[in-house]
Design a binder for this molecule. Structure first.
Ligand code: MLT
Length: 223
C-alpha cells in the first residue's frame, strides 16, 4: 500500500509575517522554485509556500500522474490531493501560517492540483488563481459545495490546443455551481504564460485580497 509522503517545499514568510499565504504550484517539469519570482507581483504582505509535486513523469515533477495529455489518472489525482493537504496542514503547524488563509496560484498541472483542492476540499482555500487549467476530475466529480464563496480566477488561453474554451466554460460553471465566486480572464495565448497573465492575476488578487492598512502607531517607533 502506498503511504502519504511529505512534499518538498520552500516557505518564505512576509516581513512582518502576514495572515495571507500564497500556495504556489508549478507546472509539469517545474519545481518549488519556479513560481517564486512571479510571486513578487503579488505584493510583499503575503507569505509564500511553494511545493514540489510528488509524482514523476520520466523524472519530471508533477502533482499527479497522467495517462496522456489532458487524460488524468483520477485515482492518483484523489490520492495526491489528500497527500498534499496532509502535508500542507503539517507545514502550517511547523511554519506557523494560517491554513484558512491560503490562496493557491497554480500553472498548468499546478492549476489542476489547485482545482482538485477546490473540488475535494471546497472549504480549504481562501481563493485560487488557475493559469491554463483543465478540470482535474471528470469521471469522479465529487458532490462539493462551499459556503465561504471564495473567489476563483480562471485564466485559459484562447489558443491553447490542449484545452477547448468550451471545456473551460463547463469547468467554470461547475465551480460556480459549487459556490465559488468565479472570474475569468481569457488570455490571447496558448498554454504558455504571458506577462499579461501575471498582471491580470495580480490585479485580481489585489482587488480580492487587499493588503491590510498599517496604522501609524505600528510604523512609528515609541518615543
Ligand atoms: C501539463 O502539461 O501539465 C498539462 O497540460 C496539465 C496536466 O497534465 O495537468
Amino acid at each position: 500500500m502506498t503511504t502519504y509522503q511529505p512534499l518538498r517545499y520552500v516557505y518564505q514568510p512576509a516581513r512582518p509575517p502576514a495572515g495571507r499565504t500564497l500556495l504556489l504550484l508549478h507546472g509539469t517539469g517545474g519545481d518549488e522554485h519556479d513560481l517564486l519570482p512571479l510571486a513578487a507581483h503579488f505584493g510583499t504582505a503575503v507569505n509564500l509556500l511553494s511545493l514540489r509535486g510528488n509524482a514523476s513523469e520520466n523524472g519530471k515533477p508533477r502533482f499527479f500522474r497522467r495517462l496522456g495529455v489532458g487524460l488524468f489518472d483520477e485515482e492518483d489525482v484523489i490520492f495526491r490531493t489528500h497527500e498534499l493537504v496532509r502535508s500542507v496542514r503539517q507545514l502550517s503547524e511547523r511554519e506557523g501560517f494560517d491554513v484558512t488563509q491560503l490562496v493557491a496560484l497554480g500553472y498548468s498541472n499546478g492549476a489542476n492540483m489547485a482545482g482538485a483542492l477546490l473540488l475535494l476540499y471546497p472549504e480549504l482555500l481562501a481563493g485560487a488563481i488557475l493559469w491554463r487549467p483543465m478540470q482535474p476530475l471528470v469521471r469522479h466529480v465529487p458532490a462539493f459545495c462551499t459556503n465561504r464563496h471564495q473567489p476563483v480566477l480562471l485564466q485559459p488561453g484562447i489558443k491553447d490546443s490542449a484545452v477547448p474554451l468550451s471545456a473551460s466554460a463547463a469547468y467554470a460553471a461547475l465551480l460556480k455551481q459549487g459556490g465559488f465566486e468565479l472570474s475569468r480572464y481569457d488570455a490571447n495565448a496558448g498554454h504558455n504564460l504571458l506577462h499579461d497573465d501575471v498582471q491580470a492575476a495580480a490585479a485580481w488578487f489585489h482587488e480580492h485580497f487587499p493588503e491590510p492598512v498599517v496604522s501609524p502607531e505600528r510604523v512609528l517607533s515609541p518615543r
